[in-house]
Ligand binder design. Sequence first.
Ligand SMILES: [Zn+2]
Length: 412
Amino acid sequence: MVGRVQNCRACGGSLTVTMADLGLQPASNAFLASAAEVAEEKRFPLRAKVCDVCRLVQVDYDVSPQELFGNYVYFSSYSDHWLQHARRYCEMARTRFGLGADSLVVELASNDGYLLKNFVNMGIPVLGIDPSDTVAAAAEKIGVPTLVEFFGLSLADELARGRQADLIIGNNVLAHVPLLNDFVAGISRLLKPNGHVTMEFPHLLELIEHVEFDTIYHEHYSYISLFAIEQVFSRHGLRIYDVETLATHGGSLRIFAAHSQRSDIADSDALIEVRALEKSAGLGELSTYMRFAQKVEECRTSLLGFLAGAKRAAKSVAAYGAAAKGNTLLNFCAVTPADITMVADRNPNKQSKLLPGTHIPVVSPEVLMLAKPDYVLILPWNLQTEIRAQLQGIEEWGGRFVTPVPVTRIDP
Ligand SMILES: [Zn+2]
């Protein structure tokens, strides 16, 4: 399961077309705390390929979870935005699916229980499943029963012998699953005959349209279109019948699915519309993915051009936001601390460490403000409004903001 992937993880087709070749990259969240860690840093090929047959976009080199995550643990509850998103979803789901005290809601990758606790408060029985014992312990503490397991067909089989689910939820988990078929087969097995599935994932259409190649990292095995995921679901007896578009993660889809034999549920207008949008954007054509590869090169050329220009003019460049997407971009462009002297981040756990691969020091926003850089490169473009507001004072010394994607742009 670790190393080069020769065939499509969904349908077994060939992976001949490269959508983005991002070179050798360390794990995007492997921040370095010491010289010893710098010396031991490992890099792995990071390439997004598209399947010749089903058009699933996927990385073709799998890194072991130990290498990827180490001690890194993400708690969903840290984000107010997510808490609100989850609460609204649960209210919608209770009404739409008629959930009550006799129902069972199962969430895959349930994290610290931030979503399921809403159902608990409504008196609806829940079960969380998550492979991380740290987040599971946090979930149990707030009253969300959680199994510490990787989800797949064998676990689903075991659970279904006891009780099947009325609703199965999976938010931002599909992309993280190396064995996609086993995972979706498990969902089908665990779901009641009249049950529903909802899943959220970043939409490949948005990634392509906005050249968001910096959201490609080893932790994300697949980059999902409705076109590709409908084929996977259908292989396991599930049918997608509705879809919502969401603003999260640079543009996501929320799909609704049921067992294939549910002929009483019609395809929604929104589903038909997203299928048409993907078709007109060329997601069924291999040439679309080849064109994307050129845009990725243009992005690199423009960032390197900007950095060279700043150096010639003796202008200093700092960056803001030590997020995973920044690491993909900076490593792809082989940026060094001579180009970008520091990256500021509000997370104290990242400060005084080095960025993986580029070894740029992470500092607090206060340090960046004291350094008065001529340019501040905003790495998490999805948070740029917030970041601009936070660093308002940079105009006082003539500092300017720069955004790197789809091509590097300096604020006028
Ligand atoms: Zn395929």
